[in-house]
Design a protein around this ligand. Sequence first.
Ligand SMILES: [Zn+2]
Length: 758
Amino acid sequence: MSLVAARNLGFPRMGKRRELKFALEKYWASEVGEQSLLATAQALRKEHWHLQVDAGIGVPPSNDFSLYDHVLDMAVTVGAIPRRFMSPDGPVSLAAYFAMARGAQDIPALEMTKWFDTNYHYVVPEFEAGMRYALRSNKAIDDYLEAKALGIETRPVLLGPVSFVLLGKPTDASVSRSQVFRLILPIYKELLKRLASAGARWVQIDEPCLCLDLDFEATKMFSEAYAVLTGTSSLPKLMLTTYFGDLGANLDLALELGTAGIHLDLVRAPKQLDALLAKNNSSLKISLGLVDGRNVWRTNMNKATDTLEAAVRVLGKDRVEVAPSCSLLHSPFDLDTETKLDAEVRSWMAFAKQKLEEVSILSKGIDGRDKIEEELAENARIMESRRASTRIHQDRVKRSMDAIDDSMLHRRSAYPERHREQERFLSLPKFPTTTIGSFPQTAEVRKMRSAYRNGKIHQKIYEGFLQEKTKRCIQFQEEVGLDVLVHGEFERNDMVEYFGERLDGFVFSENGWVQSYGSRCVKPPIIYGDISRPKPMTVYWAQYAQSLTKKPMKGMLTGPVTILQWSFVRDDQPRSKTCQQIALAIRDEVTDLETAGIKIIQIDEPAIREGLPLRRVDWPAYLDWSVNAFRLAASGVADRTQIHTHMCYSEFNDIIDSIAKMDADVISIECSRSRMELLDAFHRVHYPNEIGPGVYDIHSPRVPECSEIENLLHKALEVLTPDQLWVNPDCGLKTRGWAEVKLSLKNMVATAAKLRLS
Ligand SMILES: [Zn+2]
């Protein structure tokens, strides 16, 4: 039975060489037709099924593949297709599908938002009044039959009905989620019936929302749903699949749903297995998520085998399966394609393909530890080499960590005193104007950067080019009349990668891409060891830029939480520790900038909110260490040095107290799209420091009128004092064109000048 017990919950869709990305982009650019795109997709599915079988996965998943997003696929399947995209009946064309994902001419796309606490974005289903829900797509059945025709039995994956409804949003006050739920439930039943007729014996039904705090309504939906979807022989058996956290208080609910199996994420929440084993009172099959589906490290197989043995002791061999903790959608494809990674660090790593090999080996351990003796010994050797490696552990860093005391988390004086010092030191006008950091990165800049990275141009030439760009950017800002300038960030590829490349403890893969949304992939830096800063990272450019102007130059840094959040993080110490190490490195950079004569330093933390744990009970601990990491980075400077931070999202209400605790002298935030409404949160907590609420939306090429900006500033002054208010755009200007930026900023500066006179 051994091999059969190895399962996978989902495989990366893009392909080893991101074939799907390129096929999609060619299709969208009308360079290839529908047939060509679909053929690429089919070839990828085939390749991935074979790869999984070869890796030892007994029954690989099907319908985990998607041309864009699996939540969108489910919306189309149940007919949650808003009227603006197509007439209510008729087949759903590929054009309509992509219009929902990406918009078309004047039709806005569905929104996207983060998939739980990952960096993957899903398409948010809309529930309109009068929507005609019906089974509108056979994709799940077609994919199952496609694999079957290749001789491969698969386990189809469906996003479960309750999570689907909870992840979507009613667009009309007359629509409730429970109404939508009742309308789609029969469609799920019909779909499951058809899958059973096609031959599917098991279906993986994903209900990740079971790992969230559930209200009464959601709990009721779960009970109702699975009363309908289980218990008859005409339906496939369901593997109720949870991930990204702990079932916690929902464990009893999950066990009562009557599914034939439950999958647990034992990487994120290892302790929940004991709770489940203690309740062993059924014939439930348990799928153990023992291999981390969200990171790049090898599994500690001996530890995983301990867990496996404990489960087998209680459940018996036939009731246990082994799987990754969650879908491998969040893992890079194949470590074998990495030829340039440091050999030692590489030996500690596993990408999707290697993770499946681990799953397969572990599943053989169901029949006894002795069956995988050799593999366990080899794994123990690798784990020990990692644990003891001097590449990972730097005494210097450990000593700095031990030396952190409370005084390092506080500026010398409280904000009012600092404010007075900064006023004298900076002599800025009322309503100071500035930008968030980056200026347009034209094709020319990207071309020069890639030429330099590929060794095609000499460092001297590249630096000369960057100096020229920086110089022109400063002239531009002086012409526009801004009060606080930035250097423009032409030397930076990415706000995390740039710093990762300059810090010890990071490595970079060549092909470690993971899907972010649609065809977009990101290649996160990999933090493998203690982090330290061998030398200053940004001081040269800040100092060079400051030498060209009498106006204050802002030094631009990425904050520790954001660097952590957008990297693959080592799993051998708590994230909070790793964050603290990054914070120490940034702190040194901050004080070096100050010493170099930079009077204002901005430490961006756009990712602090997305790091929030899934359950409220875990929020305070996270907010505590993340806010302290920022304070550690920011507090090494004199009172007169002004610390800025920037965040670009609009849901502040939940965490406004923590944002206040960061104690930045100035915070700039996205605000224009919400018409300054989110300032209410700042008002409510009497936010004491200065705020730059973005006065225009940089996501649009539109040039804002002075009157619009003035209206927004007046709105802001209803809740802020004139002393508190800064004037700046929403976010960095990297993606905009120079011409529109000039007009927009001129209007912004003119409006601030007018406000000073009134
Ligand atoms: Zn931003």
